[in-house]
Structures are given as structure tokens and as C-alpha cells.
Design a binder for this molecule. Structure first.
Ligand code: GLY
Length: 311
């Protein structure tokens, strides 16, 4: 059965992803198509065009894509001026002998591949960025010397994880039963320039292996990097754990992780049979599902894993 699951903000792209599968497209085609629509959504302040900028007011995007059939992967990080990092990541996977390229190199590659440049900072995103800086760090607003001090302040802000640390995740299963995963984000709002989260890191925010399953993460990427969360979930399924057991184990590892800026992490998971689920630590959230027999996507709650004795 054809299936697509996505983080809740994937609702704007999930039907297009399913259409791709219905027309015989691959799982990789489907996740790219779905994510491109999220990247183009100016209302989403966590991904692509309209994403919130770094400390300097620059929108820096990260994305990755993984083909669960071949374990081929492509990723880009800290890319400025291109609306569709997921498509650049796919080109990295298909055209280069590399898995990840970042910054100016990734922008050079995008240019060479014919991607069009675009100003990604929307008035709405600029307003949120300026308001945050003026309110939380009025003395350094307009300065560029005190990045670390201002980062500390913003890292300590009670940011809304959906709005300020969000990401889009897609997992698709195609007609051959192959899995693919895609992830795209503008990262942590007000981040230190050049900061990469888990989204472009294969194994941290994204992993797919059609033999066992696929997983993708949103939330505080530094934690998912430290625990290789997406790969862990897939590996636990390979070792014989059920989808629920594997995801719960990975979420408990996140829950117990000591981290000065501990924050919510969520994941979506699909196993090799197409069973799916979504989980989170640090707060409730939702995900969306569409199968070939559905007329419209369905929004479902994630299983929230309690944080044991968290200080
Ligand atoms: N999970 C997205 C990020 O940390 O950038």
C-alpha cells in the first residue's frame, strides 16, 4: 500500500506526495515533492521561504534526503538564497561523490545545477527576528560582535519549539515497498551563523533502510545529533524491536540526556511493512498520514513519552 507520513506542517505537501506515488513515482520523488511545497509555504516560519533567520538576520537552510533502497543520501547545510534545499540535497545524492556539502560550496553547487536564487526573508520572519532581538538583547541589537552572549540569551528563551525549532519530515513507501526520508529546516531561530542541526546529518535527523524502516526527527537537533536518533530507531528495529519499542527507547535516551538547553524532540517512524507512528519527548505534537485509499490526509497525535525525573 502506498503511504506517506509527515510532521504536522507537512499537511501542505502530503497530498502532492501521494499523487506522485499514485503516478508510479518513487519514494524519493514523493518526499521531495511534498517537502518542496512546505519549503514554499511563507506561513511556515521553520522551513524554506519564510523560515526564521540566524542572529544576523540571514535565512540559512539545511536539508537531507535518503533512499532506503540503496542507502544513498544527500545533504546540504547553511545554504542561503535557495528556496528548495531538499532538491539541492537530492542533486548532491545523485550527482556528487559526496553526501554533505555546506555554505558557499552548497550555494555554488546549487548555482551550477541551475537552481534559481531567491530572497528568503519574508516581512513576517524579519518582524519576528527583529522583535526577538530588540526585546531580549536591546543593547546588542545592531551589533555583530557579541554573538555568543546573544546566543546564550536566545538559547535560554522559552521558544515555541514548533515555531522556532521546527522542521519538516516526510517518509514515503512506494509501490515497490521502498522507503525514503526527507527533512528540511531553517533551523534554530536566532542561531549562531553556520550552526547545523540534525536535519542535514544522516543518522541524526534522517535515516531510511527499506529492509527495516525509516525515521526522521524535529526539535532540538543538537540532542538528536548526540544520540544518532534516527539511525538508532532503525537499528533497534533491525535488532528485532517493534516500531513502538524502538522509538520509545530512542525517546527515553533523549529524555535522559543531560543538555543545558534541553528541548523537545519528536520523530516520525515507518517500518518495512508500512506500519507507522510518531513520538515525542518534552511536549505533545501531531503528525499527518495519507494512504492511497484516503481522500484527505489524517492528523494524528504523537505518543508523548514522559520525561523521567527530569531536572
Ligand atoms: N531539528 C532542526 C534543528 O535542530 O535544526
Amino acid at each position: 500500500m502506498l503511504k506517506v507520513i509527515a510532521s504536522a506542517n507537512g499537511i501542505v505537501g502530503i497530498e502532492a506526495a501521494m499523487e506522485v506515488l499514485k503516478k508510479g513515482g518513487t519514494a524519493v520523488d514523493a518526499v521531495e515533492a511534498g517537502i518542496r511545497l512546505v519549503e514554499s509555504n511563507p506561513e511556515d516560519t521553520t522551513v524554506g521561504y519564510g523560515g526564521l533567520p540566524n542572529l544576523l538576520g540571514e535565512v540559512e537552510l539545511d536539508a537531507s534526503i535518503m533512499d532506503g533502497e540503496t542507502l544513498a543520501a544527500g545533504a546540504v547545510g547553511a545554504v542561503k538564497g535557495y528556496e528548495h534545499p531538499i532538491s539541492i540535497a537530492r542533486k548532491v545524492m545523485e550527482e556528487l561523490p559526496h553526501v554533505m556539502i555546506v555554505g558557499e560550496g552548497a550555494e555554488r553547487f546549487a548555482r551550477e545545477m541551475g537552481f534559481e536564487k531567491k530572497d528568503l526573508l519574508t516581512p513576517k520572519a524579519r518582524e519576528i527576528w527583529e522583535k526577538g532581538l530588540k526585546e531580549k538583547a536591546p543593547d546588542i541589537y545592531g551589533e555583530r560582535a557579541e554573538y555568543l552572549e546573544s546566543l546564550r540569551r536566545f538559547a535560554n528563551l522559552a521558544v515555541d519549539p514548533e515555531k522556532h525549532l521546527g522542521t519538516v519530515n516526510f517518509i514515503a513507501m512506494d509501490s515497490r515497498g521502498h522507503l525514503a526520508t526527507g527533512v528540511s529546516t531553517s533551523g534554530w531561530a536566532w542561531k549562531y551563523p553556520g550552526r547545523l542541526g540534525d536535519s542535514p546529518v544522516i543518522g541524526a535527523g534522517n535515516y531510511a533502510d527499506s529492509r527495516y524502516g525509516a525515521a526522521a526527527c524535529t526539535g532540538r537537533g543538537e540532542m538528536a545529533i548526540r544520540l544518532s536518533t534516527a539511525r538508532s530507531i532503525v537499528l533497534y528495529m533491525e535488532m528485532g524491536l517493534s516500531l513502538e519499542e524502538a522509538a520509545t527507547k530512542a525517546m527515553l535516551e533523549l529524555a535522559r540526556l543531560k543538555d543545558r538547553f534541553w528541548g523537545r524532540v519528536s520523530c516520525i517512524v515507518m517500518d518495512a511493512k508500512g506500519n507507522h507512528g510518531a513520538f515525542s519527548v518534552g511536549g505533545p505534537s501531531k503528525y499527518v498520514v495519507m494512504t492511497e485509499d484516503m481522500d484527505a490526509p489524517q492528523e494524528l497525535p504523537r505518543v508523548e513519552i514522559p520525561v523521567p525525573n527530569k531536572k
